[in-house]
Ligand binder design. Sequence first.
Ligand SMILES: Cc1cc2nc3c(=O)[nH]c(=O)nc-3n(C[C@H](O)[C@H](O)[C@H](O)COP(=O)(O)OP(=O)(O)OC[C@H]3O[C@@H](n4cnc5c(N)ncnc54)[C@H](O)[C@@H]3O)c2cc1C
Length: 385
Amino acid sequence: MNSVLTLPADDVSGLTDEHLALRSRIRDELDRCVIPHADEWEARGFVSRQGWRALGSAGLLEFGHDGEDFLSSAVFLEELGRTGYAGIRAAVGVHAYMALSYLLLFGTAEQQEAYVPAARRGERIAALAISEENAGSDLRHLGTRAEPVGELGYRVTGRKCHIANGSQADFFVVLARTGEERGGRGLSGASLVIVDADSPGVSRTPRPMLGWHSADVCDVEFSDVAVPADRLLGRRDKALMHLMRGLDFERLAAGLLAVGGVAHCLELLNRFVRDHQVKDAPLAANQAVRHRIAELDSDLALVRNYAYHAAWLHSRGRLDTRVASILKLKATELAVAAAQTLVQYQGARGYRDEAAAARLHRDAIAGTIAAGASELLRDLIFEMG
Ligand SMILES: Cc1cc2nc3c(=O)[nH]c(=O)nc-3n(C[C@H](O)[C@H](O)[C@H](O)COP(=O)(O)OP(=O)(O)OC[C@H]3O[C@@H](n4cnc5c(N)ncnc54)[C@H](O)[C@@H]3O)c2cc1C
């Protein structure tokens, strides 16, 4: 089991003393609510209900999504990443940021009242159901349909894949086709709908992944599920517009989470190379080792500052796809490089199935696929350059 580690000596610019005090409080709360239970949640494959409620009671699920308040979220997301459990950070990130953002951005007052307060208390868990077997990076082949049924609402049918919080979610924000596919480069004729998980016709099948074990990844089937008309989220047939905003926000959150993950990994690495002896000297006695860690430390310093720059832009309503994509790409790929180095320098002990290093390595790979694969992000960055 890990413990949450010490504050960095040099915090990023743009944060106030209040943010630093908040960072310290968040660490204490995560140390209390997450760390003692993390291994059990990893083994079970999901965060317990009690865990969600503890996070809610500690006020950790209610940091702001926009304006100055988002800087508190940035601190929280980094600290959540720094716990070293990417499955938990993904579960919480999807619940409190990725799924909820669509309700906060596009929901009516009634929809927000019905879902947001309970989600912030950790009493109702949210999931975001966008991806399908044939609709991941390219959503034009979306197969799930929400057929309009007069004034009554919609009947939703389709199968969603790789859905975090899948078995435990109380509601899903679902992408479904409501109109005709018009061809072209973008997704057309699709909408977002909110589906309560206890609606007849919803079934979930856990699909454990290589990593992110406590993220509760499932396939979710919707078989002719009746969804009232007032559960349409945002504008009908205009999901593409909503997704473009939501995905930038998702990548910002994913980048901040990954930055925390890298910091945790480097703390383990720095400690290990100073402690572990090979040929009667600490590993850190080798220049090659010291230089490798210096490279990773330098990359983290750059990416971390860029992450807070992106958070600052978002707090002023100025985050764009290019900045969000650069952050997510660089932070998640650095996480893979750092975890690979940790396993390598720890030797066989880092490659054991139960080793923290092995978990970090498994988990880091998911970060480069979920919320936009690295290649897709490179395409976006090139197109917007
Ligand atoms: C652990 C995990 C959790 C997830 N959680 C959720 C969730 O909660 N909700 C949800 O809706 N989805 C979720 N996803 C799905 C995720 O968003 C998709 O995996 C992602 O969008 C990529 O889609 P895909 O896996 O279908 O890959 P595909 O789109 O089929 O792409 C396969 C691979 O092709 C390569 N590739 C893609 N585009 C390009 C390109 N332009 N150029 C070159 N190569 C390219 C990439 O290497 C990519 O990994 C999750 C995924 C993972 C791994």
